[in-house]
Design a protein around this ligand. Sequence first.
Ligand SMILES: *[C@@H]1O[C@H](CO)[C@@H](O)[C@H](O)[C@H]1NC(C)=O
Ligand SMILES: *[C@@H]1O[C@H](CO)[C@@H](O)[C@H](O)[C@H]1NC(C)=O
Ligand SMILES: *[C@@H]1O[C@H](CO)[C@@H](O)[C@H](O)[C@H]1NC(C)=O
Ligand SMILES: *[C@@H]1O[C@H](CO)[C@@H](O)[C@H](O)[C@H]1NC(C)=O
Ligand SMILES: CC(=O)N[C@H]1CO[C@H](CO)[C@@H](O)[C@@H]1O
Length: 443
Amino acid sequence: MLAHLALLALAASQSPLPVLPPSQSASRPPSSAPAARASSPAPAPRQSRPPAPVTKPSSPPTAAAPAGKPSPSPRPAPVSPPPRPSPAPATPVPAAPRLAPKPSPPASPAPRPAPKQSPPPASPAPPQPSSNSTPSTSSTLGQLSPSFYAQSCPGVELAVRDVVRSASLLDPSIPGKLVRLVFHDCFVEGCDASVLIQGNGTERTDPANLSLGGFNVIDAAKRLLEVVCPATVSCSDIIVLAARDAVVFTGGPAVPVTLGRRDGLVSLASNVRRNIIDTGFSVDAMAASFTAKGLTLDDLVTLSGGHTIGSAHCNTFRERFQVANGSMTPVDGSMNTDYANELIRACSANGTVAAGTAVDCDAGSASVFDNRYFANLLDGRGLLRTDAVLVQNATTRAKVAEFAQSQDGFFASWAESYARLTTLGVKTGADGEIRRTCSSVNG
Ligand SMILES: *[C@@H]1O[C@H](CO)[C@@H](O)[C@H](O)[C@H]1NC(C)=O
Ligand SMILES: *[C@@H]1O[C@H](CO)[C@@H](O)[C@H](O)[C@H]1NC(C)=O
Ligand SMILES: *[C@@H]1O[C@H](CO)[C@@H](O)[C@H](O)[C@H]1NC(C)=O
Ligand SMILES: *[C@@H]1O[C@H](CO)[C@@H](O)[C@H](O)[C@H]1NC(C)=O
Ligand SMILES: CC(=O)N[C@H]1CO[C@H](CO)[C@@H](O)[C@@H]1O
């Protein structure tokens, strides 16, 4: 997943509204996979962009999404208790005495002959696009529950939250990366942790993965949970919890999430492009991608708000500038002039574009999950093309204006859209497995 999307204050968060039923069946048939990258509609979240832009042999285009970047002032508005000295993300201490080791794994019995790594996609039609309340996954939605681990691993939420907080304190770019990670996971093969699998030809090997991050945080949480309640908590649930907590850490709303997802057995790089939103997408292309998954235009605007935190590399928006004779000129006249100059200053390097330089997605407020992103869009300060175009369509512009006026409205909408995003293509019951290590399927 690349859904790049991703990503997005203050403690003033209000309580999330009740989640709406994820099903809106407006889904249309799996749009044929947009051939490659170009401008054809490819589904999904924004962020990755495949085709290498012109001019310089840039490295594989990275997702535009908020690649977490060392954001300047960590302005944490932690809603929760003071950070305690925590272990480095990579090495979670088995501490947390509070988690009662209650080994009662719900699930996976004997290791079943799981198709390892990447079973051929078999069918021409991507298994997932039509998701949304659909066959393969739909019936399982009913099995997700906020209290899924109440008996088997009561400390799961606390454990993940601690790990996310610790990691975010050490590296301010983590929250943005975690939010982006959940988009990429859920938009490709559903929310099944397929994005975490390492190996030849897996989703992580797609060039669009280059700006993905936060894997070590998920791994750290998994290691901790394997100590207190082994073989019980899925990596897919950890991703969903971690992104939720990342939002809270940066001042956003603490939305309730349902749990009980199982981890997938398939992870194919070939599934990435057609499911992710490319940074060059138009509103119509993004809308088509969202609709194919049962998400709405409002979900698109709301989830784009995830860009209220994080950063993106210069190569993800270089198409918005003409580079000639060593100087950059904005192509889009609607871009705020001061902002354009800021970007030019940040990205220019010896007459070319410093592709790998990170720039905040939400100018002036990149480390806080708030509604500033929307006000910036109205002011011509959208970083990615996919951000900027949201004010060029009357419907999406109205929603942008609404959120720019009301942070509460944005937060309430975020709760609903996040719930819909995180139930895309979920596997429950006998599907999938509970991975022992997030980076590989059980052997
Ligand atoms: C990875 O996959 C490619 C194409 O399927 C193959 O050519 C290559 O040998 C594989 N590499 C490894 C290390 O398995
Ligand atoms: C806005 O985008 C939606 C989704 O593609 C489209 O249906 C609608 O016609 C667009 N509105 C305008 C005014 O272009
Ligand atoms: C770049 O320089 C060339 C030669 O000096 C000139 O002809 C061309 O107009 C310049 N292009 C721009 C965009 O300034
Ligand atoms: C830009 O040029 C200077 C001097 O030629 C060089 O030291 C520097 O490494 C170059 N920077 C980049 C990003 O190429
Ligand atoms: C984290 C990760 O797996 N990154 C991979 C992204 O894809 C490139 C190849 O396109 C790999 O070299 C990276 O290892």
